[in-house]
Ligand binder design. Structure first.
Ligand code: KIV
Length: 281
């Protein structure tokens, strides 16, 4: 159930937040309990990110994630009925090559996954797909800068826009995306000066990750911010908790109690309240 006091966030109301000078707090979630937590914390936008390929599935990149998996995880998140806007990431290969495939993929996330918008990566190469998805009445969150699905083409997970030509391209693409009608743009791993300039030049919000404080909102991967991955963390991640250590301690104590025979105790077990030999006769 959505929190009764919380106003439902939509692609439109997130734009109004920028007009009022309010920042947008966004986070990823891949499941029901995380979505509920995020909602209780007052998060504005929940992204069912294809980062789940790395964070949940243990792959080295996001390229193996399938549309079926995104629809499944979107369903887990949308079942929490959060006040936050639920956005599904379109995975690699689900919007490339054919506009029809892009629309079909976006509609699946909405119809079967309960998503309220989709995110897809890339600038001008994706304009046709974005236009077609918007035409199918699905709000689109764009994603520029370091686009992880282009990891091989980019030669790795590298900061983008440090060279003038690339910075101009990202800036131009952002302006064009606004004209196309996307409701916001994620800026990932770009120099903060570039992100600040783009944010000033756009009416729609920018949502930064590794793009400095000049964006209109920020997004982090939930497991990174609560310290649950044992994986490498980029320098832009602020870890707000070390829950991995807490869970590890709990698991070790549980295993120890089981081996010592101290879990479960009598109070943690069901009772027949009668003599078992008599009872089984
Ligand atoms: O997949 C993802 O989680 C993302 C965000 C980190 C922006 O794309």
């Amino acid at each position: 159930m959505p929190r009764p006091e919380a106003e439902k966030r939509t692609a439109l109301t997130l734009g109004q937040k920028k007009e009022r000078g309010e920042r947008i707090a966004a986070v990823t979630a891949y499941d029901f309990p995380t979505a509920r937590l995020a909602d209780e914390a007052g998060i504005d936008l929940i992204l069912v990110g294809d980062s789940l390929g790395m964070v949940l599935q243990g792959h080295a990149n996001t390229l193996t994630v399938t549309l079926e998996q995104m629809v499944y995880h979107s369903g887990l998140v949308s079942r929490a009925e959060p006040a936050a806007l639920v956005v599904s990431d379109l995975p690699y290969g689900s919007y490339h090559g054919s506009v029809e495939r892009a629309v079909e993929s976006a509609c699946r996330c909405v119809k079967d996954g309960g998503a309220e918008a989709v995110k897809l990566e890339g600038g001008r190469k994706r304009f046709r797909a974005i236009e077609a998805i918007l035409d199918a009445e699905v709000p689109v969150l764009a994603h520029l800068g370091l686009t992880p699905q282009s990891v091989h083409a980019l030669g790795g997970f590298k900061v983008q826009g440090k060279l003038r030509e690339k910075a101009r391209e990202i800036h131009r693409d952002a302006l064009e995306l606004e004209k196309l009608g996307v409701f916001a743009v994620v800026l990932e791993s770009v120099p903060q000066e570039l992100a600040r300039r783009i944010s000033a030049d756009l009416r729609i919000p920018t949502i930064g990750i590794g793009a400095g404080s000049g964006c209109d909102g920020q997004i982090l991967v939930f497991q990174d911010l609560v310290g649950f991955t044992g994986l490498y963390l980029p320098k832009f991640v602020r870890r707000y908790a070390d829950t991995r250590a807490m869970w590890l301690d709990a698991l070790r104590r549980y295993a120890g109690d089981v081996r010592a025979g101290s879990f479960p105790n009598d109070a943690e077990s069901y009772h027949l309240g009668r003599d078992i030999d008599e009872f089984l006769k």
